[in-house]
Write a protein that binds this ligand. Structure first.
Ligand code: ZN
Length: 244
């Protein structure tokens, strides 16, 4: 069996500066393959460029809520006004090829001995947020492999289920042993919300069966300059500086 080292990227949100920095970091760490838990577009100025990078990488990815709403002409009533305005802006940037690519993304995928989903496996199309073990419990009923990666909250976190007990483990290095199940939020590449402006992603080695988190500094000022040039709301730029 060929051993692989996967970079698991989530919530890129059109931030090309962050995405390129993360890819460089991953390559320097010997990553062989890229996969993603979705939300490639939305919020920042470069949705088309980020889709192109994903396609060039051959990155296996699932659909995030922003990928969905930016490519389907559905009502944005459930979104906060700021998010809704940026989704409307992103819709205007996407060409037909990008829209088709986003349409074809699955809600979840089993790949390479692990699972990928943006929110949860119980009802992925409902885009539920997992902030506690109660929310993780419903998901675990549908997780058939020992390892599943997700995103959506933009906060890195590990949920572990062992003998019917679910616990939250602070994101650090974790060795995936057979028996327990791990539901791992990989954090966000393009809009971190854990009070740290650096991009976060996870690396999974099939050889050691270890998942570790990587944090990457990128040129936040460049990302902000692109957002301002595109006329996107300044609040989005401020949150990149703060990482929340
Ligand atoms: Zn997101």
């Amino acid at each position: 069996m060929i051993e692989k080292k996967y970079a698991v990227l989530g919530d890129i949100h059109g931030n090309i500066d962050a995405l390129n920095a993360v890819i460089d970091d991953a390559r320097n760490k010997g990553v062989t393959d890229f996969v993603s838990v979705g939300d490639i577009v939305g919020y920042n100025a470069c949705p088309v460029e980020c889709i192109k990078v994903f396609r060039d990488l051959g990155c296996i990815t699932v659909r995030g809520n922003h990928d969905h709403y930016c490519s389907y002409d559905e009502s944005l009533d459930d979104f906060q006004p700021l998010a809704a305005s940026v989704i409307a802006w992103t819709r205007r940037q996407l060409n037909e090829e990008c829209i088709k690519w986003l349409h074809d993304l699955p809600y979840s995928k089993s790949f390479g001995g692990f699972m990928l989903v943006h929110s949860t496996l119980d009802m992925p199309e409902n885009w539920g947020y997992v902030f506690d073990t109660l929310a993780a419990e419903a998901h675990f009923n549908y997780q058939t492999l020992s390892l599943c990666f997700h995103g959506h909250t933009h906060v890195p976190m590990i949920y572990k289920k062992e003998h019917d007990t679910i616990m939250r483990v602070e994101p650090c290095k974790v060795k995936v042993s057979f028996g327990p199940k791990y539901f791992i939020n990989v954090g966000s590449v393009g809009q971190p919300r854990n009070n740290d402006p650096r991009s976060t992603y996870a690396i999974y080695s099939t050889k050691t069966r270890e998942v570790e988190f990587a944090r990457v500094e990128y040129d936040v000022d460049s990302a902000i300059a692109r957002n301002r040039k595109a006329g996107l709301p300044d609040r989005l730029s401020l949150r990149l500086k703060l990482g929340r």
